[in-house]
Design a binder for this molecule. Structure first.
Ligand code: NCD
Ligand code: ZN
Ligand code: ZN
Length: 353
């Protein structure tokens, strides 16, 4: 039996408030435990989006009452809340800035808006940007102008990871995450998954992009699922929303890659525990670990999942390594497919300790 620390997913969409038919705090945090994650950080693009004291408090209340695992909540940057949300920074997972096409209404187009968020958001509190291609280079520069670190969400393209490499070589304070779907799927998988179901931002990329991500693994600080559940009727409908669920498939995909010699177990632990904990300044979870039967092969199937959206782009994939147990603060919160932590067992990462 392999024992690892409780994993951390810094990029999760809970869908509550506003779209609990896709997911809510209960289902998302159960899916997290079933995937080996004992901490999730929730994105602010809910309905309404989390952009002020009232919505932030509401989200934290919901999480406090419903979450089975530990949690943090991001605040969303909009055109005019830079000053007003700055005082909420100590309770937030971080500030999320959407600079490119995404799901939901949050988006900052004018760089003056970026600048005012860099100016007001508390120093040494994380800022995460959804920034594709050239906006990624632009936001690295603007963060530099304000002399503060920036974390880049779901990096997917060769040009992006290579710019980040150069920036790091220059000593610029930049960190980044890559998703399992950009590491394990490409455009070539779209026919098998289906066109609507394959919609995701950033889009699935070329095999060359994918190879470049693997070749620059040392530049990738974190693996984050970008768990973004939408129902199958939405994905198969006329206007499919972008996003894949990912909480319950990430760990087996990476363990299988370890088995195939694509990376080491230590490199996985660094990207799913040590680095996220450091970058987001997360507290220790005493007496917390996960146990895995390393050698057990199984097939990913969307039935038996906790995510309410009930599908996966990895359907039918053979993986190796099965999660047997999750212990959080001394309690067996997940065992052999069942969640034992009651709703509300999870704690806020900004109030623990
Ligand atoms: C995310 C969602 O559905 O909330 N979708 C996605 O394709 N990644 C939004 C986002 O992460 O930008
Ligand atoms: Zn995004
Ligand atoms: Zn996302």
């Amino acid at each position: 039996m392999l024992r690892l620390p409780g994993l951390i997913d810094i990029h999760v969409h809970t869908r509550e408030p506003g779209a609990t038919y896709k997911e809510d705090w209960d289902s998302v945090s159960a899916a997290a435990l079933a995937g080996g994650f004992t901490t999730i950080l929730a994105m602010p693009n809910t309905n309404p989006p989390i952009t002020d004291l009232q919505t932030f408090d509401q989200a934290l209340q919901l999480a406090q009452h419903k979450a089975h695992c530990d949690f943090g909540q991001y605040l969303g940057a909009n055109a005019d809340n830079a000053q007003s949300i700055a005082s909420l920074a100590p309770q937030a997972a971080g500030l999320k800035m959407y600079l490119d096409q995404t799901y939901g209404p949050l988006r900052l187009d004018d760089m003056r808006q970026w600048m005012s968020h860099f100016e007001y958001w508390q120093m040494n509190r994380p800022i995460v940007a959804h920034a594709d291609s050239r906006s990624l280079a632009a936001v690295i520069l603007v963060a530099q102008l304000f002399n503060r670190p920036i974390h880049l969400a779901h990096v997917s393209k060769a040009e992006e990871i290579l710019v980040i490499r150069k920036a790091k070589e220059r000593g610029i304070q930049v960190t980044c995450e890559v998703t399992p779907h950009h590491l394990f799927l490409t455009q070539e998988d779209i026919p098998a998954i289906g066109t609507g179901r394959s919609e995701v931002r950033p889009r699935l990329n070329t095999p060359e992009d994918q190879k470049c991500l693997w070749d620059n693994l040392d530049v990738i600080d974190c693996f984050a699922t970008d768990h973004a559940p939408h129902t199958l009727s939405e994905k198969d409908g006329s206007n499919p929303p972008p996003g894949f669920p990912g909480l319950e498939t990430a760990l087996p995909l990476f363990l299988t890659a370890v088995g195939n010699g694509k990376l080491t177990l230590d490199e996985v632990i660094a990207r799913m525990y040590t680095n996220p904990k450091r970058i987001f300044n997360l507290p220790d979870q005493p007496d917390t670990y996960i146990e895995i039967d390393e050698n057990q092969p199984w097939v990913i199937q969307s039935r038996n999942t906790y995510t309410r959206c009930a599908w996966t782009p990895f359907e039918g994939r053979e993986v190796q390594g099965q999660l047997k147990q999750v212990v959080l603060r001394g309690k067996a919160v997940y065992k052999e497919g069942r969640v034992f932590a009651p709703p509300g067992y999870g704690q806020s990462i900004r109030t623990i300790g």
